[in-house]
Design a protein around this ligand. Structure first.
Ligand code: HEC
Length: 197
């Protein structure tokens, strides 16, 4: 009897710890059939940078990042009242594990919407301009695009997918949804969600 007890307990302990903190749940992006059916395919040429240079418009790196931070909060960039920060609360909400990797890297939204295998920071800005911000991409030689790209590059190394786990957080109603129902919602339930990492 004494020997049998640990054998019974062990699987239970393993199961309990698996539900606990260590393993951030899989950040694999689920299929989104509903969104795919209603959204228009994006011509990859609209988001692909190619050999077009970004234009910092005379700002040095620090000033460019600061400008990018202002634009991150600027809802006038969208046609639906969203700013980048409406979704990316605290910079990192809704970012998935791919954001931890240096650019260029694969992003599910880029693959699903524009058929692109990987994107750089500027291309990701353009993609979010078109998809969630429901607007035209920024001009490739605009200071705005250079600033937002610099800001994205600036915040990326601070991203901890295990801490944020937005794409895997079962408490996050917006997880993995490019048609984020929280967009433009001043009562955004995600903003104060205690489940946020
Ligand atoms: C309505 C919500 C929403 C808004 C507004 C939004 N995004 Fe996103 N963004 C997302 C979602 C969802 C993802 C995750 C896409 C994925 O991983 O497939 C994402 C991912 C990103 C990523 C990381 C992709 C990666 O893994 O490298 C960057 C960078 C980004 N957005 C920048 C922006 C910028 C810049 C703006 C404003 C111009 C913006 N986003 C506005 C929803 C939004």
């Amino acid at each position: 009897m004494h020997k049998a007890l640990p054998r019974v307990l062990l699987p239970i302990l393993v199961a309990v710890s698996a539900c606990g903190q260590q393993e951030p749940a899989e950040t694999e992006v689920p299929e989104e059939p509903a969104a795919a059916a209603t959204e228009t395919e994006i011509d990859p040429a609209r988001v692909t940078q190619g050999d077009r240079a970004l234009n910092p418009g005379g700002l040095d790196d620090a000033a460019l990042i600061a400008r990018g931070g202002e634009l991150w909060d600027d809802s006038s960039l969208s046609t639906n009242g969203s700013a980048c920060s409406t979704c990316h609360v605290g910079n990192y909400a809704l970012m998935k594990a791919t954001f931890a990797e240096p650019y260029p890297h694969p992003v599910a939204m880029a693959k699903d919407r524009a058929g692109l295998d990987q994107v750089n920071a500027a291309e990701m800005v353009q993609l979010c301009m078109i998809v969630p911000m429901a607007n035209e991409p920024l001009a490739w030689d605009s200071q705005e695009l250079a600033a937002l790209s610099a800001y994205v590059e600036h915040i990326r190394p601070g991203f901890d997918p295990a801490a944020t786990a937005a794409g895997a957080n079962p408490c996050n109603p917006c997880a993995g949804n490019p048609c984020n129902p929280c967009a433009g919602n001043p009562c955004n339930p995600w903003a104060g969600n205690p489940c946020k990492g």
